[in-house]
Ligand binder design. Sequence first.
Ligand code: ADP
Ligand code: BMX
Length: 519
Amino acid sequence: MKSKDDGTNVLKEILKGALIVSCQPVPGGAMDDSQYVVGFGLAALSAGAAGLRIESARYVAAVRAATDAPIIGLIKRDLDDSPVRITPFLYDVTALADAGADIIAFDATDRVRPVTIEALAQAVRNAGKLSMADCSCVEDARRALAAGVDFVGTTMSGYTGGPEPVDPDINLIGELRKLTPFIIAEGRIRTTEQAQAAARAGATCVVVGSAITRTEHVTTWFRDALNEVYAPAPVVLAVDLGGTKTMASLVQAGEVLDTSVFATDRSGSPESWLASIVDAVAAWKGRYTAVGIAVTGAVRGGHWRAMNTATLDIKAEFPLEQRAAELLGVPVVAANDAQAAAWGEFKASSDRSDLVFMTVSTGLGGGIVSEGRLLRGVAGHFGQMSNATGEKVEGQICGPWIAVEAKRLGHAVEPKEVFAAAVSGDEWAVGIIDGVARRFARLCCDIQLAIDPSRIVIGGGVGLATGFLDRVRAEIAAIGPSAIPELHAATLGPRAGIVGVADLAITKQNRKSTMKTMF
Ligand code: ADP
Ligand code: BMX
């Protein structure tokens, strides 16, 4: 009989550069049966897979009876008192070893768990098997390696909180490579290109699961792709009504098809602003099936009111969704402009981490996306917060203040020209813009302390003015390291609100139609 060391080394050698196919049927699905698991396993091995990843002692035993190929075994459990699902107990390790697994995988995340990683690693060693630690991050891997595991896997990356990512975590492989060469890449690897990227990043071997053995998942990917062609996304009339300008666009699947921009008549009223919109979009009648309106001011339950009448003077609470639907003849969804823009930026990026959006424009608005959800109500109205002297912070940061200040210094010009003068080094203008940048930088640092987003995305006429963000970044650096926010210019520029509110409009429409089919 070979010593354990020989077996270990031979197995590690076999796995170098291998494709491992995970044969885990959708629980309770049509393929959740031994004959399919064995069939998938043998088919994969016949086509060049070097090993299999199999869930449950029953399926490991069934596959072991059919092949000598290496098997990574695991047992999944849904526990009431722990989020750990993969091989949580010592008796699971024994059951998998008895069933014939060569490598035993277990969750190695730092969460409430019934059995420590050290004890699991020891149990696998006692059984004479190799261990695979399913990690979510570098720290998990560091701890697992200290506990003596043989392989670290990227399996748990993206599954310990927040929305599920779409792409595999290739970066993590590179990070793990600094700790060990024994890395098994696993998780969301769907394409041959992604498998190659994992190998190039330094993985010992690559596990592919759903893309090969979960018929239901692969079918959905194709169904969704075809739906985009056969059932194209609806066209939405999206409007962004700000204190200075109003933008109306036709938007389909995040793309802007047509746009019209006109000045907001600041002496008007909700009825007159809606009338101007109806007028501006008259030629588009029949081209859209839903309407989204993003407005400066707070929106709750479809009703609209000003938070700061200096930004736009909305005299009383106004039934915006209802009145706009009457005028336009299709369902309307209304939202605050900065919240809509936060949503637009979130949807336009593949980054699913928390973000804050801020518009520096006529007013200073904001929106927060946390754990994949847009916070509504007055959340994000940072401009309404008070400074040390009790004034609203937006009072000394936005476009109108820049114009008033310039005039006070003898330059009756628009904020755009103040920026141009600052760029040419005119002292009076540099003073104004630096002051705005300093106050805004402090606000961004405070927001970082309160919400800790991964990024703060900036929009608005002032926010996107040439050189503004760089000045704010310099002020943040001067404030120091307590909470350094990462600032980005809005990738959608002035269209963030339009794109965001269009998505909110169709999401609500879809929700309504699904509810109809449920009852
Ligand atoms: P709204 O507030 O209606 O959403 P904007 O985002 O365009 O509209 O913000 C309007 C404010 O931004 C105004 O005070 C305007 O003077 C200022 N602004 C617009 N464009 C620029 C620019 N290129 N440079 C500096 N300030 C600008
Ligand atoms: C104000 C406030 C916010 C708005 C923000 C930016 C009103 C009327 N508006 O803080 O709701 O999000 O301005 O609006 O109270 P904009 O007009 O500058 O785009």
